[in-house]
Design a protein around this ligand. Sequence first.
Ligand code: FE2
Ligand code: FE2
Length: 243
Amino acid sequence: MKTELIVETPTHKWLYFGRDHEKNEKIIDTNQYLVQSGSQSLLMDPGGIELFAPMLASLVRQLPIEHITYLFASHQDPDIISSLGLWDQTLPKAKLYSPWLWESFIRHFGMNNIKFEPIDDEGGKLLVGDVELHFIPAHYLHSSGNFHVYDPVGKVLMSGDVGAALEDNNADIYVDDFAKHSQKMQFFHQRWMPSNRAKDNWIARVRSLDIEYMCPQHGRIFRGDQVKQFLDWFAALNVGITN
Ligand SMILES: [Fe+2]
Ligand SMILES: [Fe+2]
């Protein structure tokens, strides 16, 4: 599995994990992200049950595993969090931050040790080591209870399924040609995002944030001006349609 440093500040760093070469081709490729600050870390959208072993192997090369103190699930999907039952045995003292709406569903993935910390609809903040991260509401994008994670110091937005593209698992991790890349995003957004109203609401909220890196759970990372290009592209796209 590919591991890359995205941003490093004096207080913390963002790491990328993905492009797993062992992956079955019928399983969607996923990106995993970790914010590490001192002896605390937040692992975001840790992935499906089949990804647990390669993720654990990649993570132990980067940090002592007990330094993963927090998990985050942007929503309830299996590609996000079906590995939970295995993390529950590996990190029994960790806490999982996730939309309050999904608690009674996410517990079906197996949760005996990890503590569920529900995020209220309006979002919230979490201090990880020396960095304060913000949970940004992204409801109905695409899940009815859905959050993204914003880091105002590193200027990173982990945008879950927003900005996702269907890529093969040896693709570069950064967007190069936006126009070409948008073709790989169009179907995903039109079909998986159900609401133009929710989309417009999210775009207005995100335009007010200072973002250098927008990191989706599938596809490639947007940098610099590509973030605004994405927001303009998404604003013009009609979503919630089947053809
Ligand atoms: Fe999803
Ligand atoms: Fe996804």
